[in-house]
Design a binder for this molecule. Structure first.
Ligand SMILES: [Mn+2]
Length: 255
């Protein structure tokens, strides 16, 4: 869109249509955001909140795109979130391969994580590993967000990529080689600074890892759903399930 503002006006169209679609989406949404560049296209997020639905805690904001391999119905990538009071844990799991067997493995990981998300991250990972023994296995990453402490912890087994972005500097989170349910060597949790405004991006290997938000001026400050959507659009490999999750620390800087 050469002008997002004009495109949001009712009655404006470049193709002879009524030109009311985007304006209607904006009016009907509880939150709405657009990231558009003429050379690469447009990403949009429109959110509807169910009446009485639990509100986000306000300590962070999160967006996810998770889709099966083209042509598949089952998705072997899954993610889950567990609220532990001041801390929040996020699981991302990529069942080996794709299709039903991959979905079964990742579903069991989510079930185990959801059943018992507490304890040291390495213990949670070990329980997930044990739960997956009957399955074909999976790559697993577990992040713990502590927005008030401006801290982020991560333990990973296999190919779940994590990148912490602070003041334009990116840091890749350490993950161990192995496969949950099949082979797990000694796992270690690593801590990273996660100050106010910092972003964490987690993604499965259905998304290439050569991206940089530097190529998208302004995107880092936008809703995490837009960040996840743009990375999905431009870096999904097209031959695997793909999940991209972005989460930003919303805690105000300590006064
Ligand atoms: Mn994969």
């Amino acid at each position: 869109m050469s002008s997002v503002v004009r495109c949001l006006e009712d009655g404006y169209s470049t193709v002879g249509s009524p030109g009311t679609g985007l304006g209607a989406a904006l009016r009907l949404s509880d939150s709405f955001d657009v990231f558009s560049r003429q050379e690469s296209g447009t990403a949009m997020v429109a959110r509807l909140t169910r009446a009485g639905a639990r509100q986000e805690p306000g300590r962070f904001e999160l967006g996810v795109v998770s889709l099966p391999k083209p042509g598949e119905v089952a998705c072997g990538d899954k993610w889950a979130i567990a609220d532990l009071g001041s801390r929040t844990r996020i699981l991302m799991v990529d069942g080996l391969g794709h299709g039903d067997g991959a979905e079964e493995a990742s579903g069991m990981a989510v079930a185990e994580f959801t059943r018992a998300p507490e304890g040291a991250l390495t213990e949670v990972l070990l329980r997930v590993h044990q739960a997956l023994v009957p399955t074909r296995g999976a790559a697993v990453g577990i992040a713990e967000l502590d927005p008030a402490m401006r801290a982020l912890s991560f333990v990973g087994l296999g190919n779940i990529a994590g990148v912490a972005i602070t003041d334009g500097a990116s840091r890749n989170l350490v993950s161990h080689s192995g496969t949950a349910g099949y082979r797990m060597a000694r796992a270690q949790t690593y801590q990273y600074p996660w100050p106010s405004g910092a972003l964490l991006v987690l993604h499965s290997d259905g998304c290439a890892s050569r991206w940089s938000l530097d190529s998208y001026p302004g995107l880092i400050a936008r809703h995490p759903s837009l960040i996840a959507g743009v990375l999905y659009r431009d870096f999904n490999r097209g031959r695997d399930d793909v999940t991209v999750l972005a989460v930003r620390n919303l805690m105000e800087t300590q006064s």
